[in-house]
Design a protein around this ligand. Structure first.
Ligand code: ATP
Ligand code: MG
Length: 393
């Protein structure tokens, strides 16, 4: 294997200045966590960069894929390590590296030097000039262009020598854990897993809650949600998933409230319950996969009525996305195939033929008043009896 290490670049540091180390440590920890499953990688943070050392015989593709799932990583440079940093040896080894990576392709280049060890006998300008000269002599397909090179070949001198020039894209965003915690309402659909992924991309730690209604919804529908949580946990890290039995509250709403209001009232209770878990666990927000106008319960009027029961901010990452835009992300993060499996969810079991699209808050509230004390008991029981599942890769 040509590459024995990776240099990790991060672009956006929201918490600049004094708090920068918080971001960097979180990024290092997330990288280490993601690579630990593969085993044997060492991740260190030094002088404004993160460096990953790879074990012998590691799987390159697998390691790159794992790094590409760490939010906060803007770019990944595979690094060739040169153990013997004697200058003549370095030149030959950098030449071997260039030959292995670029072969006979014609390209312009520039050598950049980073001389971290100031005791090294060759100084930076000489490293650039000497290396450039060596490469020009050895390869006829390379030309120097110091202003606008196609490839920048970086040679770093530390206790060993390092060379890198390739840049693979990272996912961007902020490291999970730097943005507080939020409670995701996770259904088996396409939108909410994408919403969870996007919240995590901004550094938010995500917990999730799923409402099911056995026997109206099946064990397989629940398993689908667990599977979706597992898929997004590759990005979010381990996740706590609350599974709430929503059957009794739902039947009670069905019995007592006008049917065209069912979905809105149900969604309001989902939000209330989600917020109860969120408060208990120190979350600062709720996250949903709502998108304006997608269905009756997601018109602005409906969102207004649903939102009215929430005290916490509700983050709706896909609120302005078209379905196809959401689908594109779902495909990229690998949730799509699972999301489209045809298992019923509890919103579709109890839907009215003609749900209100412009609910009026005061009317909805009046309907809810009829539910009274008994509903409070049912909600309390639903919260108390929720199953908690720890989702891990
Ligand atoms: P999704 O594809 O995310 O299921 P959807 O288009 O089916 O969305 P709705 O069913 O109206 O839309 O749900 C809107 C949002 O409410 C979902 O994105 C999700 O955040 C939340 N939600 C809906 N049903 C459930 C459920 N059974 N459990 C948890 N959250 C839910
Ligand atoms: Mg749904």
């Amino acid at each position: 294997m040509l590459y024995k290490a990776f240099l990790i670049k991060y672009a956006e540091i929201g918490l600049k200045g004094k708090n920068r180390w918080v971001f960097e440590n979180a990024l290092r920890d997330q990288i280490q966590f993601n690579l630990d499953r593969l085993g044997g990688f060492t991740v260190s943070r030094e002088q404004g960069r993160i460096f990953v050392e790879c074990p012998d015989g590691y799987d390159y593709e697998e390691a790159v894929a794992a790094l590409q799932r760490v939010f906060g990583v803007s770019a990944i440079c595979p690094v060739c390590v040169i153990d013997d940093r004697d200058w003549e040896n370095v030149k030959v080894k950098v030449g071997d590296y260039v030959e292995a990576v670029y072969g006979t392709r014609e390209f312009t280049f520039k050598v950049e030097a980073k001389r971290a060890d100031k005791q090294y006998p060759v100084e930076s300008p000489e490293i650039c000039a000497g290396m450039g000269e060596y490469l020009l002599n050895r390869f006829s397909n390379m030309k120097v262009d110091v202003r606008n090179p196609q490839e920048r070949i970086t040679v770093e001198i530390r206790n060993k020598a390092y060379v890198y020039s390739e840049i693979l894209p990272g996912p961007g965003g902020m490291p999970v854990g730097t943005g507080g915690k939020a409670m995701l309402l996770l259904s088996g659909g396409i939108d909410s897993p994408v919403a969870g992924y996007l919240a995590a991309k901004r550094g938010v730690t995500v917990e999730a809650v799923y409402f099911h209604a056995p026997p109206y919804t099946s064990e397989r529908a629940k398993q689908k949600v667990v599977d979706l949580a597992k898929i997004i946990s590759a990005y979010t890290g381990p996740m706590k998933l609350y599974v709430v039995n929503f059957t009794d509250p739902q039947l009670f709403i069905y019995e007592k409230c006008p049917h065209e209001q069912l979905t809105i009232i149900m969604r309001r209770y989902m939000m209330r319950i989600a917020e109860a878990f969120a408060k208990k666990d120190g979350c600062m927000a709720l996250v949903t996969g709502e998108s304006i106008g997608q269905v009756a319960s997601q018109t602005l009027h409906s969102l207004y009525s649903t939102n009215a029961v929430c005290e916490m901010p509700v983050i709706r990452p896909v609120i302005t996305f078209d379905k196809q835009e959401i689908v594109t992300i779902a495909q990229k993060i690998n949730t799509y195939e699972t999301s489209i499996l045809p298992f019923e969810d509890c919103c579709t079991i109890f839907v009215a033929k003609h749900p209100v699209t412009k609910p009026i808050l005061s009317i909805i509230e009046r309907s809810e008043e009829k539910l009274g004390e008994e509903m409070e008991q049912l909600i309390e029981t639903a919260i108390k009896t929720a199953e908690v599942i720890t989702i891990e890769q």
